[in-house]
Design a protein around this ligand. Structure first.
Ligand code: FES
Ligand code: FES
Length: 147
């Protein structure tokens, strides 16, 4: 299997059914992407596949053969969203945040100046048990303003 992860070509000889999340964490050492529900329902494991946000916990490795995968580690150093999240203190435990950052980055790439409704709609699939949603929305809007 050949893919590009955060801009780096990667060749993997693994079971094609292995969930991408396990490959990222266990084989490539990219620990920023989190395991939450394991069934595609919480958004903690979101990555970008050819620029599209997708849960990686139920995505088999075979589905990303020949594609470009970006994780939170590959968003940019630092991405404007990261500075905005710090400024708004938009995390409590932080478990959900890497998935949110990835999904929000996809939104800003498509729509650099989204409305609040567009931000809320984009992040609808990202669950947060700590309830920081309003801070997260403010942070994404702040990042958009600073761009
Ligand atoms: S861990 Fe993948 S969506 Fe919840
Ligand atoms: S900040 Fe704790 S789950 Fe979102």
């Amino acid at each position: 299997m050949d893919l590009v992860v955060n801009g780096r070509p990667v060749q993997l000889d693994l079971d094609p059914e292995t969930p991408l999340l396990y490959v990222l964490r266990n084989d490539l050492g990219l620990m920023g992407t989190r395991f939450g529900c394991g069934s595609g329902s919480c958004g903690a494991c979101m990555v970008l596949v050819d620029g599209h946000p997708m849960p990686s916990c139920d995505l088999p490795l075979s589905a990303v053969d020949g594609k470009a995968v970006a994780t939170v580690e590959g968003l940019g150093d630092p991405h404007p969203l990261q500075a905005a999240f710090l400024a708004e203190q938009a995390a409590q435990c932080g478990y959900c945040v890497s998935g949110i950052l990835v999904n929000a980055a996809a939104l800003l790439a498509r729509d650099p100046h989204p409305t609040e409704d567009a931000v809320r709609s984009q992040l609808d699939r990202n669950l947060c048990r700590c309830g920081v949603h309003n801070r997260v929305v403010r942070a994404v809007l702040r990042a958009a303003e600073s761009a």
